[in-house]
Design a protein around this ligand. Structure first.
Ligand code: NDP
Length: 262
């Protein structure tokens, strides 16, 4: 049976790379984001199905659920849609930025899990019908910012810690079901839009994040980790995968300049 996965945040960065890799591995992919044109381009390139939805909007997620349920079993969900807005102290950070981060990173993930768990259960049952085991997967892309606080991390830290907690609770609640709950927590990934969005469109400030860092992660690195975790034997659950560039020891400790032995 061809397996099917929903990837959110598929119109750029890590999500688009994940769609491409799943397609190369023979999966059917439903690529979800708000910018439909980008999704249509990706669909034309890869053969994925484009589905425009905002994970912060109930009606959009309900429509996605209907689409998924009417088109066959689902074997994996990748909750990747998300982002950072602002790099400010707790005292001065904007409530609007915090609200947006909680909406997309926390509530968007919760909404997707609630909507697609029934389809994932059906996918898991279909997988197991042959008697060879197997199941379904929920992969969520959090961040090292969901594990380690840093100054001015403010709302991004708080929302990603909350997303991490959501994943941990979900794993406890699904214990006993053939559904793996996997958290991918990347450090610095040089994607085109993440830092530009964080800094309100300031490309210079965004570029400076990566300047002189030897080998920041790229979207394909994270896609490899996601697809690898899903394609491991079904009894192996990579609960938490933390991946960082070698030049980064913590969110707040990134070494600039070439790596060298001491
Ligand atoms: P991008 O900004 O490139 O991608 C974010 C994606 O999410 C876009 O496709 C965007 O598409 C989509 N998205 C945003 N809001 C919504 C929404 N409300 N509904 C549906 N889709 C939405 O960032 P990255 O690829 O770098 O990041 C992907 C994930 O990885 C995020 O969760 C981020 O927090 C996390 N991460 C990133 C790191 C980095 O350094 N880049 C490090 C650690 C974690 P559209 O605008 O079309 O909806």
């Amino acid at each position: 049976m061809t397996k099917r996965v929903v990837v959110t945040g598929a119109s750029s960065g890590i999500g688009a790379a994940t769609v491409r890799l799943f397609r190369r591995r023979g999966w059917d992919v439903i690529a979800v984001a708000r910018r439909e044109e980008r999704l249509l381009d990706l669909a034309a390139e890869t053969g994925a199905t484009a589905f425009r939805a905002d994970v912060t909007v109930d009606a959009d997620v309900a429509a996605l659920r209907e689409h998924v349920e009417s088109t066959g079993p689902l074997h994996a969900l990748v909750n990747n849609a998300g982002g950072a807005f602002g790099l400010d102290s707790v005292e001065s950070g904007s409530i609007d930025d915090w609200q947006r981060m909680f909406d997309v990173n926390v509530l968007g993930t919760k909404r997707m899990v609630s909507a697609l768990l029934p389809a994932l259960r059906r996918g898991a049952d279909a997988e197991r019908a042959g008697g060879d085991g197997g199941g379904a997967d929920i992969v969520t892309v959090t961040s090292i910012a969901g594990h380690v606080a840093y100054e001015n991390g403010g709302g991004y830290n708080a929302s990603k810690f909350a997303e991490h907690a959501l994943v941990a609770v979900l794993r406890l609640e699904l214990a006993g079901e053939p559904i793996r709950v996997i958290e991918i927590a990347p450090g610095m990934v040089h994607t085109e839009e993440f830092s530009v969005n964080r800094f309100g469109g300031d490309q210079g400030r965004a570029d400076a994040v990566y300047t002189d860092v030897e080998g920041p992660l790229v979207a394909d690195d994270v896609a490899e980790a996601i697809v690898h975790s899903v394609e491991l034997p079904a009894h192996v659950n990579l609960d938490l995968v933390t991946l960082k560039p070698v030049a980064q020891a913590a969110p707040h400790k990134v070494v600039k300049g070439p790596l060298q032995t001491r």
